[in-house]
Design a protein around this ligand. Structure first.
Ligand SMILES: [Zn+2]
Ligand SMILES: [Zn+2]
Ligand SMILES: [Zn+2]
Length: 949
């Protein structure tokens, strides 16, 4: 590509850096209304990819376009630096060495790792042309940031939203940590599927008299045999109908809706229904555990569904959310016998000491040997996996810190109800986002915010050695926040509790003076959710709340939600006024990009090969609210589109300036092209709209419409619409029509003639408008073009310091009585007649009756419908059709639908050497014997001017 973007873009970046462009833009907009897009922090553990490039470039479009619309639009990029993926990578790098390191040293290694990738990503994002406060980003590992995370936690604690409790949580046995909802992904997994007999030990007659004296049992179904050692109850649906099936030796109780299926799966042959009763009848019935000496209770739960299983649900409170709640309700044993590595402890020798998934077949064998296994299959199902390590996860009851969704907030309502209220006030784009996050917040469990790792912000609580209570002293809390702000969270790992605590701190309950530090760290989602408080609201140019959050669609359960909960808990309101979401980046077959599929499009590679501008244009070309497609081939197509837009500017600049942008070498143009000085000084040479050539007036009116549309697309972030509007305008309206027709006037009219100055004025106004309208998207090219446009007084150094054009900037105030509607109607007629004329010329060329169109004389018979318009523009027609002569006649009768009859003949006369038009007057002027009457006049004028000089 001539533009040589890969080579020129870095130079442009250097220039922007030297002139401190971002700061200059902020200064230029100081005092204007502020518009804050708050950046969601990407994770600092690898190079950028097309998804993060899409995200950052969209944000850059928003920031630059808001700025050019007259807002003060700051952009402070941020990074998410704490958390498990980095700690795991560092663990892997350290290998055995990590056992010799204390947490402080591990944290230092993690910090090094995060810093490396923060710097790499920053460099790569800058390369893509985004402007922002890159030299002073926010990072979740900054001391100030860490102190705000802790402060937000303390606020929640002091408000009574935080509790520490035993709870069944998602647990990764590989990473040995609790996982948040947002950290769980569902993937296919094969599990054993088993049906197990639980024999009834209470009196069957109490369930139904017809069961008196029978050997009764229920059948549970599970896909996690390893949870059976923790089985404490069987849950029945209270209102569902259950039946007793006589199967010979045993009579089995299962849900009626699942009876047939159970008979098949458990091979119960000719089992007959002998009784039916509601599930509520089974509450407090007792059963015996299939292999442990334990009494199992019948309990009730509304969550029991009748689509799979037996309607009798094995309940292990330590290993499921519903199970846990049922366990609390019925006072069951909540104790967990699975350790943090997923090893079963304190059980029978058959499975004790085994990891849960390895214990499955052992427990199946155990059930067989006890004669209680009624059915066994394999099942492929969607099962929760860890999003970090992609291993299947388990539910496990552990001691964790929680933020209660039902906690009361000052000012009324609970964290849940107030968050739901705030969601309604936010503008969600696309609008389905509202219902999505609404449902998520309405249905979510309490927020488990603790993790058992070291790379993060510690939950800096002091536990009394005397009574085990946690200290809740706002003054102490403030002093720890100050400590973190000064020295970072490392201080928690370096200093003892006694050193950190103000001297003389005593437990208010037992007066003990010794405390131990809580060593859990806070969930990274709580950290990034605190970014609104860490970044906004502390300086005048960055107020809280933000106007916009713009992230991927998965953030309804991630950052949008964690930010909302943190802000509602600590500040009482949503941290954003609107939230927009982008789709996923896929390949043209709709598959995710992956190294193994070989379909990865690397934005850095595209920037090096084709230019960052191509990445930016690609971002503008897609509707980001949907999933977006990309491939190397698509990028190549975008590069072709880029060239066409660039050619528009080449044409404009080539006819306005003598300085060499990329001078047009157009083989179709007459050789005189470079003999005319194309300098244009707008301050002296511009022609008022009223005096301009009608075609120039028309194209400026069109450009004013484009300006209006493009600005409204920027306002609604529909970048793909503005991209296509601008591209079509450049390629169709300008290049294919206007510029084509204009060539004759620009290349042959006298340099200072009104005809030529009118054309140059139109080109200048078009250039000025287009370069501004494209600046947020084509940031490099726009600023390059900017430097080549004619200098005017008060012109700023970079297009990025300017404002968008207004539609009126194209035309100025319209002359009194100017009839826009008539002009638009006239030109729609003229351009459709032009289409017909071009077709006829093409046919004549194909028949070799003419060579170039200038060899033609075009005879046009027009019907009443279009004749008056053509008659009005009679003098213009030959230029519009690019022929040497047009004979216009009124058709006697209508000639079909178009009302046109076109005949092409060889133009009379000789070819003018200068303008290539044919004229019968060539040779009449003895001074200029080889040119036409038009050209001889022009050449005379040029000569006279030269002599005068
Ligand atoms: Zn994991
Ligand atoms: Zn105490
Ligand atoms: Zn001529």
């Amino acid at each position: 590509m001539k533009a040589n973007l890969p080579k020129n873009e870095p130079k442009m970046l250097e220039r922007w850096n030297e002139m401190r462009l971002y700061d200059r833009i902020r200064e230029a907009h100081k005092g204007q209304p502020i518009y804050v897009l708050h950046d969601g922090p990407p994770y600092a553990n690898g190079p950028i990819h097309l998804g993060t490039a899409l995200n950052k470039t969209l944000k850059d479009f928003v920031v630059k376009s808001r700025s050019m619309s007259g807002f003060d639009a700051p952009y402070v990029p941020g990074w998410d630096c704490h958390g498990l993926p980095i700690e795991k990578k560092v663990d892997d790098q350290l290998g055995r060495k990590k056992f010799d390191l204390n947490p402080l040293a591990v944290r230092q290694e993690c910090r090094k790792y995060a810093t490396k990738y923060l710097n790499l990503q920053r460099e790569q994002f800058i390369r893509l042309g985004g402007l922002g406060r890159w030299e002073r980003p926010y990072s979740t590992m900054d001391p100030q940031y860490e102190s705000v995370v802790l402060e937000t936690f303390y606020k929640c604690y002091e408000e009574g939203l935080v509790y520490k409790g035993l709870k069944s949580v998602y647990w990764c046995i590989i990473d040995k940590t609790a996982l948040a909802e947002a950290e769980v992904e569902y993937e296919e997994h094969t599990s054993p599927s088993i049906w197990v007999r639980y024999a009834l030990t209470s009196d069957p007659a109490k369930i139904d008299t017809s069961l008196a004296g029978k050997k009764v049992a229920t059948i549970i179904w599970t896909t996690t045999p390893w949870t059976l050692p923790a089985s404490m109850a069987v849950t029945f649906a209270p209102d569902a109908e259950y039946v007793a099936l006589d199967a010979g030796e045993w009579t089995y109780i299962v849900a009626k809706a699942l009876a047939q299926q159970t008979i098949e799966k458990c091979n119960l042959g000719q089992a007959k229904e002998i009784a039916s009763f509601p599930g509520a009848r089974l509450e407090y019935a007792t059963f015996t555990h299939p292999f442990l000496d334990r009494q199992i209770f019948g309990v009730l739960g509304d969550y029991v569904t009748l689509d799979t299983g037996t309607g009798a649900v094995h309940t292990a409170p330590a290993h499921g959310a519903d199970d846990f709640n049922t366990g609390v309700k019925y006072g069951l044993d909540l104790h967990c016998n699975v350790d943090d590595a997923g090893i079963l402890r304190d059980g029978l020798p058959e499975y004790q000491g085994q990891q849960v998934f390895k214990a499955n077949p052992l427990i199946v064998d155990l059930l067989k040997s006890r004669g209680v296994l009624l059915g066994l299959e394999k099942i492929e199902h969607s099962y929760p996996h860890c999003w970090r390590c992609h291993n299947p996860i388990i539910f496990r009851a552990t001691e964790q810190w929680f933020i209660s969704m039902e906690g009361k907030l000052p000012g009324g309502g609970t964290l849940r109800t107030r968050s739901l209220d705030e969601i309604r006030k936010v503008k969600w784009d696309p609008s389905w986002g509202e219902e999505r996050i609404m449902n998520m917040v309405a249905g979510r469990p309490d927020w488990c915010i603790s993790r058992q790792r070291v790379w993060g912000v510690p939950i800096a609580m002091f536990q009394c050695e005397g009574c085990n209570d946690f200290l809740n002293d706002p003054a102490v809390n403030r002093s720890v926040v100050d400590l973190f702000a000064r020295e970072g969270a490392d201080a928690w790992y370096r200093d003892s509790a006694q050193k950190i605590l103000p001297s003389g701190t005593k437990c208010p309950k037992c007066a003990s003076t010794t405390f131990r530090k809580e060593m859990d760290i806070v969930d990274v989602w709580f950290e990034s959710g605190s970014s609104q408080e860490a970044v906004l609201g502390h300086e005048p140019g960055l107020p809280w709340p933000a106007d916009l959050y713009l992230e991927g669609g998965d953030q309804h359960r991630g950052w949008f939600q964690s930010s909302l909960l943190c802000a509602v808990a600590a500040k009482g309101g949503a941290p954003y006024r609107s939230a927009a979401t982008a789709g996923w980046v896929l390949d043209p077959q709709g598959r995710a990009q992956s190294k193994s599929l070989g379909n990865v499009v690397d934005p850095v590679e595209i920037a090096d090969k084709l230019g960052a501008e191509i990445v930016r244009l690609w971002v503008a070309s897609v509707d980001f609210r949907e999933d977006v497609m990309s491939s190397d081939e698509l990028m190549q197509r975008i590069a072709d589109g880029y060239r066409k837009i660039r050619n528009t500017f080449r044409y404009i600049l080539g006819n306005l300036a003598t300085r060499d942008f990329e001078v047009i070498r157009d083989d179709q143009a007459p050789p005189t092209i470079n003999t005319i000085d194309s300098t244009f000084d707008p301050d002296h040479d511009a022609v008022p709209f009223a005096e301009m050539h009608p075609l120039d007036q028309y194209i400026l009116l069109q450009a004013a419409e484009v300006t209006k549309d493009v600005r409204s697309h920027y306002d609604s972030f529909t970048f793909h619409r503005l991209y296509h509007r601008l591209k079509d305008f450049c390629i169709v309206d300008l290049s294919a029509i206007y510029f084509d027709v204009l060539k004759d006037r620009l290349y042959t009219s006298a340099p200072k003639s009104l005809a030529r100055r009118s054309a140059q004025t139109a080109l200048w106004r078009l250039g000025e408008a287009l370069v501004r309208l494209l600046a947020p998207v084509m940031s490099f090219t726009a600023d390059e073009v900017w430097a080549f446009l004619p200098a005017t007084s008060g012109r700023l150094e970079s297009v990025h310091l300017e404002l968008f054009p207004a539609p009126e900037d194209l035309t100025g105030e319209l002359p009194p009585g100017f009839d826009v509607a008539t002009m638009e109607h006239d030109w729609s007629v003229l351009l459709s007649v032009r289409d017909e004329a071009l077709k006829a010329l093409e046919a004549a060329r194909a028949e070799k009756r003419i060579g170039s169109s200038l060899e033609a004389q075009l005879r046009l018979a027009a019907s009443e419908g279009v004749y008056p318009v053509l008659e009005r523009y009679r003098d213009q027609l030959r230029y519009l059709f690019i022929v040497s002569d047009v004979i216009l006649e009124q058709a006697a009768a209508s000639n079909g639908d178009t009302g046109l009859a076109i005949t092409i003949n060889q133009a009379p006369g000789r070819k003018c050497e200068r303008c290539w038009n044919y004229s019968t007057h060539v040779g009449e002027d003895s001074t200029y014997p080889t040119v036409c009457e038009r050209c001889s006049a022009v050449l005379g004028e040029i000569e006279a001017t030269a002599e005068a000089r």
